[in-house]
Design a protein around this ligand. Sequence first.
Ligand SMILES: *[C@@H]1O[C@H](CO)[C@@H](O)[C@H](O)[C@H]1NC(C)=O
Length: 410
Amino acid sequence: MRFEVALAAVLAPFTVTAQLNDLAVRAGLKYFGTALGESAVNNDANYKRIVTNKSEFGQLVAENGQKWESTEPSRGSFNYASGDITANTAKASGQGIRCHTLVWHSQLPNWVSSGSWTKDTLTSVIDTHMSNVMGHYKGQCYAWDVVNEAINDDGTWRDSVFYRVFGTDFLPLSFKLAKKYDTNAKLYYNDYNLEYNGAKTNRAVEVVNIIQAAGAPIDGVGFQGHLIVGSTPSRANLATTLRRFTALGVEVAYTELDIRHSSMPPSSAAQVTQGNDYANVVGSCLDVAGCVGVTVWGFTDKYSWVPGTFNGAGDALIYDTNYNKKAAWTSVSSVLAAKATGAPPAGGSSTTLATVTKTSAAPAVTSTAAGSGPEQVRWGQCGGNGYTGPTKCQSPYTCTYSNPWYSQCL
Ligand SMILES: *[C@@H]1O[C@H](CO)[C@@H](O)[C@H](O)[C@H]1NC(C)=O
């Protein structure tokens, strides 16, 4: 969003639309981002139009293109065709990228996972991989996921070629090597199911301790955020868990957020729950100094890894298969807007959701034309503090309360 500051002041209130990255930045985060599906962006114009909108997504991450099997499918043979789709798309749209991932047991070519290595030879393999891949993207990555998913769900160390050869020494080793090749990228440990603050989370704290004790650099911990509707922890509990890591001097981020329905199709009530779960996750990041941003693992239910991976589950994202914004989108937008405008976190005085005044300290509350407009379409907002648009929904949809900031036609 470009505007002339002095002129905007004269013409105040200048407003921005409630796009997620614009709101996130205004709310104090560095970005709101999404994974980019390499094939979708090349083949679907609607997908491309939204994924390249910097107001919506300030940062992209390659869903697959930078993984080891893509970048070094055979030893010493490097290929950036897929990874560059994301890097080039972001560059053309003025967006940043997160880079994902270097040392991971999955989507790892056989020549690595089945090789018979000594510590020296495997160190050399990792070093060469990082030197090339990090060198290729040097200066472009806000962060690199240096090590991904080293822990099992029960908190034990994951069996991988890296753990078998080095034990936990592969953790500091990987971070030390990574630092050589892109000194400016934030170096992250990234994993899933850390959100529940159980044995796996305890072990992830140990990961940071091990890396720091070895004198290796670690800048961040990524909470993947592959969650389940109705089983997502509360905003307060999520914030408590994030703070266990920021207390160690590292930043945190949600790096692969999606919240899946475990039975399909979801009811209206389940969609409201999904919206509230999304609000809790994003809200917890807003509540923790040192939580820098949120990345969703794709944005449309048209393309998602979820149905192919979790039998019977689906609709985990914030746009539906036809690119309509879901309750989850509205929910995220609302919680970001509440922080961006300095409104109270729940209830209380009215605030605006549709617009944010681009003025200083005490943002004005703006309102749009009153009351009895046309009936609202499916997914549209139909109520909430400060909301003055249509309050009736087109048939067969019902205006459904989600939280004090919005109700939505579901
Ligand atoms: C991004 O999307 C918003 C909402 O649809 C739109 O107003 C804005 O013009 C878009 N920006 C670009 C650069 O296309």
